[in-house]
Design a protein around this ligand. Sequence first.
Ligand code: MG
Ligand code: MG
Length: 629
Amino acid sequence: MKTAIATVCLSGTLDEKLEAIAAAGFKSVEIFENDLLSFAGTTADARAMCADLGLDIITFQPFRDFEGLPEPQRSRAFARAERKFDLMGELGCNLLLVCSNVSPDALGGVDRAAADLHELGALAAKRGLRVGFEALAWGRHVNDYRDSWEIVRRADHPAIGLVLDTFHIFARNTDLKTIGAIPRDKIFLVQVADAPRLDMDVLQWSRHFRNLPGQGDLPLLDFMAVLHTTGYDELISLEIFNDQFRAGSARAVAVDGHRSLIHLIDQLRRRTGAAISGAPVLPDRATCRGVQFIEFAIDEATAPSFERLLGGIGFRRTGQHKSKSVARWQQGDINLIVNTETEGFAHSFNITHGTSVCALALQVDHAAATLDRAQLLLDRPFRQAVGPGELEIPAVRGLGGSLVYFVDQASTLGKIWEIDFDTVPAQPGGDAVLTAVDHISQSMHYEEMLSWLLFYTSLLDLAKIPAQDVLDPGGVVRSQVVETADGNLRIVLNASQSARTLSSRFLTEFFGSGVQHIAFTSRDIYATAAALQAAGIAMLPIPENYYDDIEAKWGLAPDLLERLRAGNILYDRDGDMEYLQLYTPTFEDKFFFELVERRGGYRGFGAANASIRLAAQARLAGRPERLRR
Ligand code: MG
Ligand code: MG
């Protein structure tokens, strides 16, 4: 299979789009007519540019409102087609994409449309060109691929074939079975697009909300599996209309696009067990066992107050890096790294972002294979100098230029603490009974959300759960969770289109996207609250009204309610399962810690409480004196 992308997917001018497409590793491109019409150079210039970039022009598209017209419109449509054929000759492209007629003038009838296409096929063949016919979901008479296939079949001309587009097929919930009966040589092109399931006008849905395979809710793999039974192994092309993509970076969307196709074809290979021609064989999606460590980039001036906070929530410094100004802090199975180096990656990260999480290390089964998969998916690997005898941990770039490390037990990486760190004598201090990393919450620009969703789900065995909208006093925040089936790794992606939400203000304070909060699992939330109080750590104050509300909502016993209130603990319930959570105030107005206890297998994140927490944080923003201890 060969991968391709339509220029309509990307922002920018034709030359910017083509450069981005080539830079993302594509070899084939569909030229959208408007991109050529608005191009400042000649058609020959566009052709030369594609040749220079190593791009094969696979289609010129779309040609609209052709089949089933009465005279005189019919003759005019043929004359228009001849002009497009001229242009295709200049462009060096041999496939014209004709989409089904939406004109009110169009007449129905399969034979009439087939006769028109047969005649067009004869004209195209004379010039060595071909025509692919596509059913738009909103076509006037032809809006189902089974009808477009019947028309192509009856047109019975070697230069006439079918274009299948997953969006149009799934938009109408059309049965996929018939695809399996189409001869592979009659399928001229396959266009793939995903989309979120939205209950809205199909045309608007298509024009604004399509997204890349894996980013939406459509069962693209089912489509690919049926297509595979025909033996089709030619072009798979992205045709995505999406407002965010057209406003975003062409280079980033092109890379994401290529990544989504590589991932889709890899999924097809796994589903069918068959080798797919032209496609790289990727190692398995990494099974994620949990978080090995979280690394903070801190400057020396800030380190004492940050370390007081860590100590206050029960962490102890247990190790010191053998050659660097890097300390290990532990509690339960949690490892935090405090990096106060004055050169290198963490230092640069700190200069840009201030106190921040600069790296996450994930426990996987095979770190080297995970890095291989990442590179085949076009993720960006990262390397930096390590001292003699020290470990080089495989890493790729993550959100906001941070790092994602891969650590396994199969290699020497499993001995990182012994190899790179010296043990330091035990420090005195209380235990906050925290045992593990529960979830990591990342704030990002709204336009980035789909990109990081694809990054995580294509590389790791993470699944997305339906996104939720959370109310912040400054606007709506979209929250998308990706998690392993066993909950060993949960990442929450947050973004907002409002500049006034906490999520967006984080981006300003942080100077970019990054980790906004980390939640740790508590063995006993009341013991945790007591430990924090004993250590003089302020907690995010929760208003009285909240407790009145949950008392009424859940019928909570007075003593339980009092314990929650005393600890500023938020409470959620799902059947018999319970979720108890409390928050530290934000550190330097940027990030904070959440401490949670899950009871009875609770799987959520206390979404019902998020607006309470956000309002409490908004009240405190920039006014830490309002904190009560
Ligand atoms: Mg299409
Ligand atoms: Mg949380």
